[in-house]
Design a protein around this ligand. Structure first.
Ligand code: TNX
Length: 569
């Protein structure tokens, strides 16, 4: 057939063939754009737009100090493994220009480019319609564009930029987690992610009372939360076995009450400066600390220090066992309320976040109206301090107080008392003991942990829905989800990590990802990709047998000691 005028000539055909072959030969990014935990809301891959971080890349950010801080954090994430200088600059209108741009844009209609209109052959839309994704990305959402001219993260807030950076981090090869330079092609899969959380409260709890953990240990836990877009760290600061937070007006709480722990170890406590260091390190990662002072039960350590608070005014012996429910501060003595007001006042003054958690669980010896009367007074003390009450769901029978939040830790989703409290206005943080309690063993042979709420393997941690878990509680009443880690049997950072990982990402995904992305097989595969990252970063985790962890070593570097990111306050 003769060539007609409009058809390409031989030279053009040859050039096109060469380009096509080149594109086919160029190694693609090592994983898919959707290989992120928690699952992003909308993923639109563009395989022709894979991008490789060049050694001379610049990170350019909006000039806002909080946005620049995220840019610096991104640089600190990428510099160790790449060995690239990655300078950070600011601009009025940041453009990738062959590097990475972080754009703070609180006015941008992030829908303007119509990403939802055509997701293309390989795009998927997790949640068109139901939850109104198209309104805006909200206080924590972000948009990530990876294109041939570089990377752009856009968000209305610094928190959104921070979450976008966590996604970006997971899209680099696993070797990006190396604390020292490695030779790698730092390729990212091309395309666009648009993402925002399902629930505003996504947390984890660390019990620092049963065993004490150093500030460094807690900061490292904060790092793990940040990776998976959790935004609250609940610290269980007081219990029978130890009081861990300094209170100037009641100094013996720590000098006496802080010197014990489960098993007879030395215990310890946080000075106010220690606690503030945790709070500000968390805040720099867009994580709010929720301090818990457990009342009226779980108070043996306080009674040892101040016998006047005990019902019989006699100091009990220090307690280093693991029973619960035997101790309580005297609800009939006015001095108890002075104590509560002083302690909560000092803790509130150290805590920028809105929450004060007042415990309330397992006060078996304070019953009926005595219990509810005590709780109602303490709730008012919290409100007078300008804070919002959080407490375990045992608080439910007490009168409602504006804004109060109950943390539900039941194992059976039928709970009429909690439902009644929700009808009176309470919101819930959902922490089912048999799904979200990270102190439960994975399997009978897990070396540490409990089993009173059952065994929790990764699938059990993942396969439930915080929005519908409790019968007759509407999803609108659910503020979010939290994974508690009680530490009766947990004595080291390695123990903490063994129980946290890989289940924390499962709970994080339930808190962040829209329900339409919920899929065990898909989650299992995405989670598997986290293993080499933890290994490279020197993080301990449980090699859960149901997860298809990659077996091939990912990088040939020396093993490095675990490190906390100490470069940002
Ligand atoms: C119950 S959960 C407790 C804690 C224990 C935990 C052990 C809750 C509010 N109270 O005192 O540490 O079980 O799993």
């Amino acid at each position: 057939m003769p060539l007609s005028a409009g058809e390409p000539d031989a030279a053009t055909l040859a050039r096109t063939a060469e380009q096509t072959a080149g594109a086919l030969l160029a190694p693609a990014a090592p994983h898919r754009l959707a290989d992120v935990v928690p699952a992003p809301q909308h993923v639109q891959p563009n395989p022709t737009a894979d991008w490789v971080l060049p050694a001379e890349a610049v990170i350019v950010s909006s000039a806002d100090p909080a946005a620049l801080a995220v840019a610096e954090q991104l640089a600190q994430l990428l510099r160790p493994a790449t060995g690239y200088p990655l300078p950070v600059t600011d601009a009025t209108t940041p453009e990738p220009a062959g590097g990475i741009a972080l754009v703070l844009d609180d006015s941008a209609d992030l829908d303007a480019e119509g990403y939802s209109a055509d997701l293309g052959a390989e795009g998927y839309s997790a949640d068109l319609g139901a939850e109104g994704y198209s309104a805006d990305l909200g206080a924590e959402g972000y948009r990530l564009d990876i294109a041939t001219d570089g990377v752009r993260v856009t968000a209305a807030t610094a928190a959104g930029l921070f979450h976008g950076v966590q996604t970006l981090r997971q899209l680099f090869p696993a070797a990006i987690e190396s604390p020292s330079p490695v030779t790698e092609r730092w390729a990212l899969p091309g395309g666009t992610i648009t993402d925002a959380p399902r629930f505003p409260y996504r947390g984890a709890m660390l019990d620092v009372a049963r065993h004490f953990f150093t500030v460094e240990d807690v900061l490292r836990v904060v790092d793990h939360l940040a990776r998976y877009k959790l935004n609250h760290l609940h610290l269980h600061l007081t219990d029978d076995q130890g009081w861990r937070i300094a209170v100037d007006s009641w100094p013996k709480l720590t000098t006496v009450g802080g010197t014990t722990e489960v098993g007879g170890g030395p215990g310890g406590h946080y000075t106010k400066a220690d606690y503030q260091r945790i709070v500000s390190y968390a805040a720099a990662r867009h994580i709010t600390v929720v301090p818990e002072i457990d009342l009226p039960g779980h108070t043996n350590s306080a009674l040892v220090a101040y016998p006047e608070l005990a019902p019989d005014k006699i100091a009990p012996p220090p307690y280093t066992g693991t029973e619960v429910g035997f101790s309580y501060v005297d609800p009939a003595d006015e001095r108890t309320y002075d104590f509560v007001a002083d302690v909560l006042g000092e803790v509130a003054a150290l805590t920028p976040g809105p929450w004060l958690h007042i415990g309330g669980d397992e006060a078996f010896k304070v019953k009926g109206e005595v219990y509810t009367g005590f709780v109602e007074r303490v709730q008012r003390i919290v409100a007078d301090l300008g804070k919002t009450v959080v407490g375990w769901h045992q608080l439910a029978p007490a009168a409602h107080l504006d804004g109060r939040v109950l943390q539900w830790w039941g194992t059976n989703g039928e709970d009429p008392t909690t439902v009644a409290a929700v009808r009176r206005g309470a919101r819930l943080i959902v922490s089912p003991g048999n799904h979200a309690y990270l102190d439960m063993k994975y399997a009978p042979d897990t070396p540490i942990g409990h089993d009173w709420a059952g065994l929790i393997d990764v699938r059990k941690a993942y396969d439930w829905d915080p929005g519908t878990h409790i019968a007759d509680v509407p999803a609108e009443a659910v503020l979010g989800v939290e994974a508690p880690l009680w530490t009766e049997s947990v004595t080291s950072l390695a123990d903490i990590e063994l129980l946290l990982l890989p289940r924390l990402p499962a709970i994080a995904e339930l808190g962040w990802s829209t329900r339409a992305t919920h899929d065990w097989a898909d989650f299992r595969d995405r989670l598997a990709g986290q293993g080499p990252r933890w290994t490279t970063a020197g993080i301990t985790f449980h090699r859960a047998p149901e997860i298809p962890w990659p077996t091939a070593p990912t990088i040939p570097t020396q093993r490095n000691m675990p490190q906390t990111d100490t470069t940002t306050p």
